[in-house]
Design a protein around this ligand. Structure first.
Ligand code: SAM
Length: 299
């Protein structure tokens, strides 16, 4: 996936407008993980969204490394980290593809020394099997692999926006043609066909959460798993900024054929207000995302 690596990709906006992950979810990871906490690697870390949260939210690891293919993302991660050097003194970032752990150095790479590997909102872009081979070569016995992600937000109080939430990202005259595939299609299914295999991993746990279930209290309570529940109170202006972090939006903007069209994120605001005229662009509304996670321990 090259869009996030483009030198003009706005990684600062990505950092400020994307959702982060709830404390309750990090507690689930803490409960799942067994044994030592010397080294954690967060692959596809972007601007350090989860990497930097994990310093505060997880029981401590001696060392945390974030890696990402995109030098643009890593540059922003470094800037945020350097803003609080004491808090993040055990964190470092490296530019690297997801199936290469050479940044660990010759003494550690492929030597089964990593206690936890995370891949957050990024595994859909990877060659998944090659990534799992690297995870297997680098995780210690019983070390944790945790993969999670989110997509396709829902406005629970405004069912009138459901149609817009299909039209903007997937419409053929909107962002639909601008997603890199098969990555986006994989994310849309919450990686249902990219699974941890029971030869390399055991104690596998998988959870899916459908955001529309929050409208249906009965179905919500039927979900007995602990879900990853990502919700945010956000204005429509802030939601438009979130749309602008999508790789498809970046590609749409680059296409000369859209030069004279209304910005699609602004179009989203206009269409929302047309459907619910009592709102303003600065009214806070609730947004909930479809989510998944997959945990395993190396055999
Ligand atoms: C949507 S961002 C997720 C960033 C962050 N983990 C988060 O939770 O928001 C996806 C990231 O995956 C990275 N990425 C995509 N393909 C990659 C690959 N093959 N190897 C490493 N990183 C990759 C991109 O550069 C981008 O920073």
């Amino acid at each position: 996936m090259s869009t996030f690596s483009a030198s003009d990709f706005n990684s600062k906006r990505y950092s400020s407008s994307r959702p982060s992950y709830p404390s309750e979810f990090y507690k689930i990871i803490d409960e799942y993980h067994k044994g030592e906490r010397n080294l954690l690697v967060d692959v596809g870390c972007g601007p350090g969204t989860a990497t930097l949260q994990m310093v505060k939210e997880l029981k401590p690891f001696d060392q945390i490394i974030g890696s990402d293919l995109s030098a643009t993302m890593i540059k922003t991660a470094e800037i945020i980290k350097n803003g609080s050097p004491d808090t993040y003194k055990n964190v470092s970032f490296r530019v690297s593809p997801s199936d290469n752990f050479e940044f660990l150095g010759s003494g550690l790479v492929d030597k089964q020394k990593v206690d936890m590997i995370t891949a957050v909102e990024c595994a859909h872009w990877f060659d998944f099997d090659k990534f799992l081979q690297s995870v297997y070569a680098n995780l210690r016995k019983d070390g944790t692999i945790a993969i999670w992600g989110y997509a396709d937000p829902v406005f629970p109080e405004y069912p009138e926006f459901d149609e817009l939430m299909i039209e903007v990202p997937y419409g053929k005259d909107a962002l639909g043609p601008y997603w890199e595939q098969p990555g986006r299609a994989r994310l849309r299914t919450m990686l249902k066909n990219s699974n941890l295999d029971p030869v390399r991993f055991h104690d596998i746990q998988v959870s899916y959460f459908n955001a529309k279930d929050v409208r249906n209290k009965e179905r919500l309570h039927q979900n007995t798993e602990k879900p990853l529940f990502i919700r945010k109170q956000i204005t429509l202006v802030e939601f438009a900024e979130y749309i602008r972090t999508w790789s498809a939006y970046h590609q749409w903007k680059q296409d000369p054929k859209n030069r004279d069209k209304k910005d699609i994120a602004d179009w989203f605001i206009e269409e929302s207000l047309r459907r619910r005229p009592e709102l303003t662009a600065n009214t806070k509304v609730e947004v909930v995302w479809n989510t998944f996670y997959k945990f395993g321990r190396r055999t």
